[in-house]
Design a protein around this ligand. Structure first.
Ligand SMILES: NC(=O)c1ccc[n+]([C@@H]2O[C@H](COP(=O)([O-])OP(=O)(O)OC[C@H]3O[C@@H](n4cnc5c(N)ncnc54)[C@H](OP(=O)(O)O)[C@@H]3O)[C@@H](O)[C@H]2O)c1
Length: 305
């Protein structure tokens, strides 16, 4: 593991979607040396948030051969694309590099670990931030700027990296509970918005609230079998927060379905169902959602011809 007292600020962000683009913009604004490592090249990174529209003068690189070892690597691909970042890991990661996997779901560090040298520090991070990539290089921030990482030297160094940005970084002693609490929300809001093609206001429908409550009851049983400490109050808080949302906030799975991109369901609802199987817990509602999201992730009628 890298020396946690080392002051370092060069950052590579792998993935230029909503999260990667927004984090790159936040770090660039406080003077960090940021490289955006992209799959699909674009001309300009433009971020729109409550303060207006801003072009971010960030270095954009599409070829892993054009970069070298760096202090921080932030992985912001969808969970299912983590392995495809391996060519970037090969050139960006040196012995003192810290890798932070910023994704929804659980097991973030475990997903990246097989693709990295054994001695490299890998930190999981949960992000609370509603951002939408409206076109390549065009990012709209809808709200929230917070991340959680496990407590410890690397977590503290990560918090220092974001000093001066709008991001509040919380360092958590019980990261398992934090990750499952976020999954409690994502296993509901992501598939329901993506399957109904509605934004979060769909949760004002009482029938959707009932479905969400049933899904969350199952997730809580599985989460606690995995070592988390969740209760029905966590589910109530999630539902209350959705009912308060009146604007145009959606979910990353909704944005992906609208854009015809693959969905992340296998690492959200799929993670719940897989853990349920390990513990022998029945999760019929989550199984039904997993089947529907899997079918919706295909090409629809065009692909059925
Ligand atoms: N968006 C949100 O509001 C939000 C909120 C909280 C958490 N999250 C989570 O944060 C993670 C990232 O979500 P997101 O919304 O930012 O996803 P996204 O908009 O789909 O962005 C993912 C980016 O990763 C890029 N990518 C994929 N494989 C790559 C590779 N091998 N090399 C370089 N770039 C690669 C994609 O490239 P292309 O441009 O070619 O597609 C895309 O730009 C997900 O786990 C999501 O669940 C998202």
């Amino acid at each position: 593991m890298a020396d946690s007292t080392r002051q370092a600020g060069s950052v590579a962000v792998i993935g230029s979607g909503g999260i990667g683009g927004y984090l790159a913009g936040a770090l660039e604004r406080v003077g960090r040396d940021v490289t955006l490592c992209v799959r699909t090249p674009f001309d300009r990174l433009v971020i729109t948030d409550a303060s207006g529209e801003r072009e971010v003068p960030v270095r954009v690189v599409a070829d892993p051969a054009k970069v070298g070892p760096i202090d921080w690597v932030l992985v912001t691909t969808k969970a299912q694309d983590t392995a495809s970042a391996e060519p970037w890991f090969r050139t960006l990661v040196g012995p003192t590099t810290r890798v932070v996997v910023i994704q929804n779901g659980v097991g973030q560090a475990e997903r990246a670990r097989p693709h990295l040298p054994a001695e490299v520090a890998v930190l999981p991070a949960i992000i609370y931030c509603s951002v939408e990539r409206t076109a390549p290089g065009r990012i709209t921030h809808h709200g929230a700027t917070r991340m959680s990482v496990p407590a410890g030297g690397d977590g503290a160094a990560f918090a220092a990296l974001f000093a001066g940005t709008p991001f509040e970084i919380t360092q958590e002693a019980d990261f398992v509970t934090v990750a499952w609490r976020k999954l409690l929300s994502n296993a509901v809001v992501n598939p329901i918005t993506a399957l109904t093609l509605r934004r979060i206001v769909v949760f004002n429908d009482p029938a959707i609230q009932d479905l969400a409550r049933g899904l969350m009851d199952e997730v809580i049983r599985v989460a606690n079998a995995e070592g988390a400490r969740l209760t029905g109050e966590d589910a109530t808080r999630v539902l209350d927060s959705y009912r308060r949302i009146s604007g145009d906030g959606g979910s990353s799975m909704l944005y992906d379905r609208l854009a015809g991109r693959p969905l992340e369901h296998a690492h959200l609802t799929g993670a719940v169902v897989a853990a349920a199987e390990r513990h022998g817990i029945a999760v019929p509602l989550n199984r039904a959602i997993l089947a529907l999201a899997g079918a919706a992730s295909g090409q629809g009628l065009a692909g059925d011809r």
